[in-house]
Design a protein around this ligand. Structure first.
Ligand SMILES: Cc1cc2nc3c(=O)[nH]c(=O)nc-3n(C[C@H](O)[C@H](O)[C@H](O)COP(=O)(O)O)c2cc1C
Length: 203
């Protein structure tokens, strides 16, 4: 059966919510889905005093397990318009997989969260997708058939390059129904693509 990994990092929980929505969508396509996190690199004491969300139940992923999956959907909040060091650090440990071409031909996609509407959603998505493309993965965006990304009647995330949410400067805004639907759509879409690709080609 097609296996999908939703791999994420989240400091305050917005990307965590998105990750589970992506997984929900992928499961709707009838595939096996795991949700895993990359390791936190901030010392626990600092994370606690900085009010990081420390009760995230998803297990920690290791680079070695990535080849087990047909698709890897990666989510992380923005840091100055690009991916956070926690997620970059994880991908920096995948040189051995790159050398072996272990991820070539697998499906990939990205999702993110920013504080503000124009705080770098698209650049962050691309900074995630760049890693996947260097690994030879086939990347998917969020098609416009998810029409919710074109809504103008409310402030909303959603981009052709991936699913997104907006957290507000103080983190008080929660993932909206529309953004959650965008995340589900992305998960379902990538899972369907992975099912079409897996087992039919050998790269
Ligand atoms: C060091 C740092 C840099 C950040 N840079 C940006 C930024 O460039 N644009 C923006 O909109 N939000 C920025 N943020 C806000 C985070 O993206 C926001 O806290 C995050 O999207 C919330 O997701 P989470 O709850 O999953 O951690 C930054 C936060 C930190 C700590």
């Amino acid at each position: 059966m097609t296996k999908v990994l939703v791999l994420y990092y989240s400091t305050y929980g917005h990307v965590e919510v998105m990750a589970h929505a992506v997984a929900e969508g992928a499961r709707q396509a009838g595939v096996t889905v795991d949700v895993k996190r990359v390791p936190e690199t901030v010392p626990e004491e600092i994370a606690r005093t900085s009010h990081f969300k420390l009760d995230q139940a998803a297990p920690i992923a290791t680079p070695e397990e990535l080849p087990d999956y047909d698709a890897i959907i990666v989510g992380a909040p923005t840091r100055f318009g690009r991916l956070p060091s926690q997620m970059a650090s994880f991908w920096d440990r995948t040189g051995g997989l790159w050398a072996k071409g272990a991820l070539i031909g697998k499906l990939g996609a990205a999702f993110t969260s920013t504080a503000v509407q124009h705080g770098g959603q698209e650049t962050t998505l691309f900074s995630i997708l760049t890693n996947l493309i260097h690994h030879g993965m086939v990347v998917s965006g969020l098609p416009y058939s998810f029409a919710g990304q074109m809504r103008l009647d409310e402030i909303t995330g959603g981009a052709p390059y991936g699913a997104t949410t907006i957290a507000a400067g103080d983190g008080s805004r929660q993932v909206s129904d529309n953004e959650r639907e965008g995340a589900r759509f992305l998960g379902r879409h990538v899972a369907e693509l992975a099912t079409k690709l897996s087992g039919q080609i050998s790269l």
